[in-house]
Design a protein around this ligand. Sequence first.
Ligand code: URA
Length: 268
Amino acid sequence: MPPVLDPQLKRVLAERIKYYNQLGIYDFYRRPVVESSTIQPEQREQMNAKAVMAAGPEENIFEAAVTKPESTAADPAKALAIIREDLGDCTRCKLHKLGRKQIVFGVGNPRAELMFVGEGPGADEDEQGEPFVGRAGQLLNNMIKAMGLRREDVYIANVVKCRPPGNRMPERDECDTCSPFLLRQIAAVKPKVIVALGAVAAKTLLAINASMSDLRGRWYGFRGGTKLAVTYHPAFLLRDPRQKKEAWKDLQMVMTELGLPLPNRAPE
Ligand code: URA
């Protein structure tokens, strides 16, 4: 017979599961339950909790909360709207109290074949509520145009949805807290190709720590058959325009993958 869980503990666990769901975490794994007469009562309670996960559906406290809310939405625009709603007026990490004006969710074609992922909003984005609308955004627009596409054709999002103060890089805990929402955006849009703009996006999406020179110039397999390429962040290209030709090589690799015609001349 499955062990019966203390109702109070059951409530606490259900709350925690709901919290994980809000972060986009829906898959839970069970460690084997160890039988021992020497375990402490506190430990036993924890083990009971795990045992409940192993129990039949009648004991499954995750029952009501195991599917992602957007998974029933066939329309990617609806799925994105559900994810945005889930994000709410987010206070999950410290960025919410460090001067953000608004959450910058994402913009573009919900059925885009190409998705760009940046780091996090800057001052202009925080002001306007849209990613890549400042100087770096102007350069990104030019890069998109050089590929023969319009900004409205692609989907653009960031790893963190709130502006880090003073335009500092988002910190690890902020990326970890916010990235489940990015992963859900990607799952909703189902792009053929993701271009990670800069090291923060690349390292977050690929979960590897490497230099930009090691990360660029090759394809990575991502979830759901999506391919991922890494290129320089437009803000870096504004500081070091000599690297634009390297970024153009990365974009040409993407264009070939998407079947877009390559122009004879590199963009200015
Ligand atoms: N830099 C980013 O990484 N994202 C933006 O939205 C703007 C600037």
